[in-house]
Design a protein around this ligand. Structure first.
Ligand code: TXA
Ligand code: MG
Length: 313
């Protein structure tokens, strides 16, 4: 296998040529392209079959690179200082003279920005010379990819290159917070709410309601493994997969566990890969045990709830 450095060089070469490649992050893998190039960003939408009205997150090495594109405010500075690089995405005002492609923002006046922590992608961002627009590297509305083989499973030969970075350590997408007015959570994710609350000492609105669409990608029917999911349930029969929060003493063939001892971070890390595995093992439906709704457990429940809405159709 090529060394990380050789792989990073290859990634930089392709990105400079206006190609779209997959990159590892600590949350999930991303499908990345030059955020300043219309042509490169259009490739992301085409490859992912993503509706054009769903804007992309732009990934930066640090705040010094961002100053050209967005206005900062105090809440941003506090959260950035405490949590970046890390699993949080900020919605900020886009500067008028920013070079960010209109394809990225769908001509919105705001921009979603993130500073990923994964060391390989940090190294890439430091060297590549432009920010990277990147949605999660999965087909639109499906389960996100947490390792390079997931990306290949979804895109096959259509993707030019997957930068190898091992399994994503968090395994759920970033928490999205809109900081343009009163702080508002648009998506629960890798950074838990109590951590954010500790830093910005004001009321935080949670607009995580699937029926509201200030973040278009928050529609229902997201994060679906492609088979029906029932929450807080037991399997009706052995042919149904049973997703457990912790390993049980007696594990039947159709039982899948997210963590050994009920650790929610471990469960988050394993969630998407376990859903993919259940599908591959050919189960036609999944019953999910009740999962504690605290810390990152809230984000796990949010994803499972959206995935379970497939039942309604
Ligand atoms: O962890 C993550 O956030 C991953 C990694 C690759 O960084 N990315 C990710 O991107 O989850 P994506 O595109 O799958 O989800 C981004 C969400 C979408 O729901 C999109 O609608 C929303 O962010 N979004 C992007 N720009 C926005 C904006 N200006 N205002 C409101 N929502 C925005
Ligand atoms: Mg996504």
């Amino acid at each position: 296998m090529k060394s990380n450095l050789a792989n990073i060089k290859k990634a930089i070469k392709l990105l400079k040529l206006g190609e779209c490649i997959a990159i590892p992050t600590e949350t999930v893998y991303g499908l990345a392209a030059n955020a300043y190039s219309d042509k490169a960003c259009k490739k992301i939408f085409k490859l992912k079959k993503r509706p054009k009205n769903n804007p992309l997150i732009v990934h930066y090495f640090d705040h010094k690179d961002l100053i050209k594109d967005c206005n900062f405010n105090n809440d941003f500075i506090k959260l950035y200082t405490n949590f970046c690089p890390g699993p949080i995405t900020f919605i900020l005002d886009l500067k008028k003279n920013s070079k960010i492609s209109k394809v990225v923002t769908n001509k919105k006046k705001s921009l979603a920005v993130r500073f990923p922590k994964h060391p390989i992608t940090r190294n890439l961002l430091k060297k590549v010379g432009f920010p990277l627009a990147a949605p999660s590297a999965n087909l639109s509305s499906k389960v996100s990819a947490v390792c390079s083989s997931d990306v290949k499973e979804d895109f096959g030969k259509k993707i030019k290159f997957v930068l190898e970075g091992g399994k994503s350590s968090i395994g759920l997408e970033s928490t999205i917070i809109d900081l343009r007015n009163k702080p508002k959570i648009l998506r629960l994710g890798g950074l838990a709410l109590p951590d954010i609350k500790k830093i910005i000492n004001k009321k935080i609105i949670i607009e995580n309601n699937p029926s509201k669409i200030s973040s278009p990608g928050q529609f229902k029917f997201h994060y679906s493994p492609g088979i029906p999911i029932r929450l807080n349930s037991k399997p009706i029969k052995d042919q149904e997969a049973y997703l457990l929060i912790r390993k049980q003493k007696k594990m039947k063939k159709n039982y899948y566990f997210l963590s050994r001892n009920g650790d929610l971070k471990e469960a988050a890390k394993n969630l998407y890969s376990t859903l993919r595995k259940i599908k591959k093992d050919n189960y036609k439906s999944i019953a999910v045990e009740k999962i504690p709704n605290k810390g990152i457990g809230r984000a796990i429940n949010d994803r499972l709830f959206r995935a379970s809405n497939l039942n309604e159709n």
